[in-house]
Structure formats: C-alpha cells, structure tokens
Design a protein around this ligand. Structure first.
Ligand code: GLN
Length: 188
C-alpha cells in the first residue's frame, strides 16, 4: 500500500518515517501526476499560506479538492488542518476547504509558540497520546457532520469528517504510531 506525503514544504521526512514504521510505502508527492499512485495523502505541518500557494502553483489544489470531495482519504496535521478547513478565521488564503470546521491560526498565543500535552483520544484506546504542538491552530467551530476526536483545555484539536482527518499537533514527531495506523485504516 502506498500513501503520499505532500512534499512542497514542511515536516515531510518525519511523516514518511512514521508510515515506513507502520509497514506502508511513503510517496513524496511533488507533482500532480503522483496523485494517481496513492491511496491516501498526508498534508504535513509547515506554513499554511506557503503550502496553499505552492498547491496552486503546482496545479494540485483543484484536483485534490475534487478527490477529497469524492472520498479520497486526506490527513492534515497542523498547517494541513488549516488547509482542510472551509473557513480560516479572518483569512482568505488558498485552501482545499473540504472540512466543515473553522480554523483559528496560531491560536495558542505567541508566548507559548510550542508545547507538549498528553491527550485522551478514545478512538485510540485508554493510553494517553503525547502530542507536540508548534505554533498550532485549533478548531473554533466544528459543524454537526464533524466528529470531535480530541480537545485540550476546551479547544478542539483533532477531528474526523468521513474520509478526512485533521490534527492540530504533530504525531510524526513522537514514536507513538497509533494516529498514523488509524489513518492507514481509513485508506484501506
Ligand atoms: N502556524 C502555522 C500556520 O498557521 C502552522 C504551524 C505548523 O504547521 N506547525 O500555517
């Protein structure tokens, strides 16, 4: 099974390593033609404005939006979550706009740009998930079609909507593979 990692900018290699550790072949996706070779796509963290512009430049924004709308599995982490959101608070940057969520960028404040937290994620079992947040967004609003998978201090930070998964943190930066495995199951 092949799963793509969008390789225009950001934490690409770490996601590839996590996929390999799960026994899946990662494909670094840089060109539109590669979208036909994969069974799902991870959009890594980075700078969502830059990745959005690069998606337009590489002619991938429209095809990906269409695929995502037809059931193709996409997992967005951090900047990837922002790109999946239909609404980005106070911002009209390019995006896929597939999930019924409102993303709040850099929402945990400038002073605490990065932090770590142990999360309860029922779908992954009773053991807490150690999560790394880097200038992370949160989800200000999730509409009824969206399943909230995790919250932190009352803020929504992980959601699923059918074939789409989004997390405000970086599961590729910790050795716990449960979230990658969860997404791989969505791709089967
Ligand atoms: N702050 C970034 C943005 O708004 C996201 C940070 C990240 O992906 N680690 O695009």
């Amino acid at each position: 099974m092949k799963i793509g990692v969008l390789a225009l900018q950001g934490a690409v290699r770490e996601h590839c390593n996590s996929l390999k550790a799960c026994g899946v072949e990662p494909v670094e996706v840089k060109y539109r033609e590669q979208l036909g070779e994969i069974e799902g796509l991870i959009i890594p963290g980075g700078e969502s404005t830059t990745v959005g512009k690069l998606l337009v430049k590489h002619g991938m924004l429209e095809p990906l939006r269409e695929m995502g709308g037809k059931g193709f599995p996409i997992f967005g982490t951090c900047a990837g979550l922002i790109l999946l959101a239909k609404e980005i608070s106070g911002n009209d940057q390019p995006r896929l706009g597939l999930m019924d969520i409102v993303a709040e960028r850099n929402a945990f404040g400038r002073q605490i740009a990065s932090f770590e937290a142990d999360l309860d994620i029922a779908e992954l079992g009773p053991e807490k998930f150690h999560a790394v947040f880097i200038r992370a967004p949160y989800i200000g609003k999730a509409k009824e079609k969206v399943t909230v998978m995790a919250e932190l201090e009352g803020k929504i930070i992980m959601v699923r909507q059918d074939n789409l998964l989004a997390a405000a943190f970086h599961p590729e930066l910790t050795p716990d593979l449960r979230i990658h495995r969860y997404f791989i199951e969505m791709c089967r």
